[in-house]
Design a protein around this ligand. Structure first.
Ligand code: BDR
Ligand code: CA
Length: 323
């Protein structure tokens, strides 16, 4: 059965392929996409998201949201050193003809969740600013969300700092609001990307062979650019030459089918203060703890390890078998 979903993103190279997976998925009905400041500034994020929707072959409304983190003076830089100045690695995709909606993203999120006939899925692929603002403005929304799946955090390490992953580091106060809410949550951290959560050069060639399909063409150009950016940054792909591990793509795949990763259930706290640990997701992996330490918070499902063939199978089936 198709599940209704809304997606918040900061499009970015990996958000772009993730959106293409969600939109083309026969499992999901993407009702709307909301944009947040993150990898690049909001105007570029909106522009990129519209370009992605145009390549998806579907017509999905796009909404603009927060331009800054909740506390702008404490927020970090963008991630244009990874995604290029425009956020899509400078790949010359044509300017969009679609237009952004007039409604603010936060109001769209609240309205859509509150009026949904049955609980809706929610996916976040960027900093959690829009999500936090929506929860703060209308706390009742948490009751009508079946699952919030977030690309957020790290179990063993971060990426922007040793402790913090970009989406959390960019707005730790917002992440804290979301993690402390009573939403059912799945967190897709960095860890499974280095352990099964990647696509092989063979997977990428199979997608490229179908570049008569606009979403496959966009995805294979992005994978190619991701590979060249990794080289320009002087990095070695952890899973071997020619592989790619876009974090947001894995998050959407987990939202579609949580069995493509091996998962654990943990209490997760958000560090907003630490000199070295601001933006860290503190995963409680203790064997024993006193239950009175955990008064109200729910455990979070955390993706720990990818099952590569299952993950790649889902991506290839979604993009190559047209619906
Ligand atoms: C996350 O941060 C962004 O750079 C990516 O789009 C992804 O959502 C990875 O840390
Ligand atoms: Ca992102």
């Amino acid at each position: 059965m198709t599940r209704d979903v809304i997606i918040d993103c900061d499009t970015g190279l990996d958000d772009a392929v993730a959106l293409l997976l969600a939109i083309r998925s026969p499992e999901l009905n993407v009702k709307g996409i909301t944009c947040v400041n993150g990898n690049v500034g909001l105007d570029n994020v909106v522009n990129n998201t519209l370009r992605v929707v145009e390549h998806s072959g579907m017509d999905i409304p796009v909404f603009a949201g927060a331009r800054t983190a909740l506390i702008p003076e404490r927020s970090s830089d963008d991630a244009s050193y990874v995604h290029g100045k425009d956020g899509l690695g400078g790949i010359p995709f044509p300017a969009p003809t679609l237009k952004v909606q007039k409604m603010h993203a936060v109001d769209y999120i609240i309205d859509t969740i509150l009026t949904a006939e049955k609980p809706i899925d929610w996916i976040t692929l960027g900093p959690l600013t829009n999500a936090a603002l929506a929860i703060l403005k209308e706390p009742r929304i948490t009751k009508n969300v079946s699952m919030l799946t977030m690309m957020a955090g790290g179990v063993n390490a971060g990426n922007v700092t040793p402790a913090a992953e970009f989406n959390v580091y960019a707005d730790p106060e917002a992440a804290r609001v979301v993690f402390e809410s009573d939403l059912a949550k799945t967190m897709v951290p960095l860890d499974p990307l280095w352990d099964g959560g990647f696509l092989t050069p063979e997977n990428i060639s199979t997608i490229k062979e179908r570049d008569d399909l606009p979403w496959c063409s966009m995805a294979s150009r992005i994978f190619e650019r991701t590979g060249s950016l990794v080289k320009e940054l002087g990095r070695n792909p952890v899973n071997g030459a020619g592989t790619v591990s876009p974090p947001d793509l894995l998050a959407v795949a987990v939202a579609i089918d949580p069995s493509i990763t091996r998962n654990g259930e943990f209490y997760v706290n958000l560090e907003t203060q630490g000199e070295f640990t601001r933006g860290m997701t503190v995963i409680d992996r203790r064997v024993y703890y006193r239950i009175e330490e955990k008064p109200d918070i729910k455990k979070v499902r955390v993706a720990l390890q990818g099952i590569q063939n299952k993950y790649a199978g889902l991506v290839l089936d979604t993009w190559l078998k047209q619906r």
